[in-house]
Design a binder for this molecule. Structure first.
Ligand SMILES: N[C@@H](CCC(=O)N[C@@H](CS)C(=O)NCC(=O)O)C(=O)O
Length: 319
């Protein structure tokens, strides 16, 4: 599966150019040449324009500017590298499952990737990658191959992709925050799975129907209100557009998938519950019309929900 490239990279590079433009004038005045992106640090080599004497205050201010510039350059370099990367996603070929959180991020980013197990000998390749021998073999899919890196655990993959594709905040505190939110979503996903497999994944659903019903009742009475109430409150507290504010992060994409999944698996229960989470419903709609996501949802890269995935529709569990 190959997704398209996108215009984000260019936008970011333009942003970097704009951010360093005023400094470039000063450098030209004193150093006699404008360094290109990624050149030597400026502090220490720049003198106060026009007089040729060092100005400590100016140098200090420039130091701060340089830090911002270096951050932007670093981001820009990583972004450019990310755009030229061709990822390999390893996940079960017939379900959305946990792989879907990664697919949504790759698609929104316009990243180039192959959904390996959906092609030719991809399943065998996936199994080989998990063999313990050398390297960093993952315990279970999904995992992502990015150059030489092999990254497992959904939230870990998103942590990696988020900072490279502008789907996470730039600060460390911000990145940790969205990672924390994604780990909370991972907890929720496991609880969704346990509604139909409360006794464990090695038994068929048919072998655990009665406990599944009990677990599902508990899930809807206590857990859904607690998890979704938490995300609804965060959304409202941050202005209602996206969970961390005005910019989309991979957490918003995952929440889109949660709302979609709950609607699929539990249409009756979800219909009755949705008035409690108006912000999340709007967020779902906002994500669904983002151009890359819209195109993805309409494509054959989006696998339909089914009863082998995490979100399963069993009528008896929806009453
Ligand atoms: N915590 C992991 C869970 C990974 C996981 O449970 N993967 C499932 C498919 S969604 C699997 O294939 N598990 C195999 C196993 O647990 O034996 C994540 O979020 O990625």
């Amino acid at each position: 599966m190959l997704a398209r490239g996108h215009a984000w990279g260019k936008q970011l590079i333009d942003m970097v150019r704009e951010a360093i433009a005023p400094r470039r004038d000063l450098i030209e005045n004193t150093n006699g040449g404008a360094p290109g992106i990624g050149s030597e640090p400026l502090v220490g080599s720049v003198r106060h324009a026009g007089r040729g004497l060092p100005d400590p205050h100016f140098t200090e201010r420039l130091c701060v500017t340089n830090k911002a510039r270096d951050d932007l350059l670093d981001l820009s370099n990583r972004h450019q590298e990310a755009l030229s990367m061709h990822y390999e996603l390893y996940y079960w070929p017939t379900i959305q499952g946990r792989g879907e959180y990664v697919r949504l991020a790759l698609e929104e980013a316009g990243a180039r990737y192959t959904d390996v197990a959906r092609h030719g000998n991809g399943m065998a390749a996936m199994t080989r990658m998990m063999e313990v021998g050398k390297g960093t073999p993952p315990f279970a899919p999904p995992f992502l191959k990015a150059g030489k890196l092999v990254i497992g655990q959904t939230a870990n993959i998103l942590l990696y992709l988020g900072s490279r594709h502008g789907l996470a905040p730039k600060t460390e505190a911000g990145r940790l925050w969205v990672h924390q939110l994604q780990l909370t979503i991972a907890d929720l996903v496991l609880e969704v799975h346990d509604t139909h497999h409360p006794l464990g994944p090695s038994l068929y659903y048919e072998e655990q129907k009665a406990p599944a019903k009990k677990r599902t009742d508990e899930f809807w009475n206590a857990r859904v209100p607690k998890y979704l109430g938490y995300f609804e409150d965060l959304l409202q507290a941050n202005g209602g557009t996206y969970v961390t504010g005005r910019r989309l992060t991979y957490v918003d994409l995952s929440l889109f998938q949660i709302v979609e999944g709950l609607r699929y698996a539990f249409p009756k229960r979800m219909k009755a519950f949705e008035s409690e989470i108006p912000g999340l419903v709007e967020l779902r709609d906002r994500v669904a019309v983002r151009p890359n996501i819209k195109a993805y949802l309409a494509s054959d890269r989006r696998i339909a929900f089914n009863e082998d995935g995490i979100f399963r529709r069993y009528k008896v569990l929806d009453n």
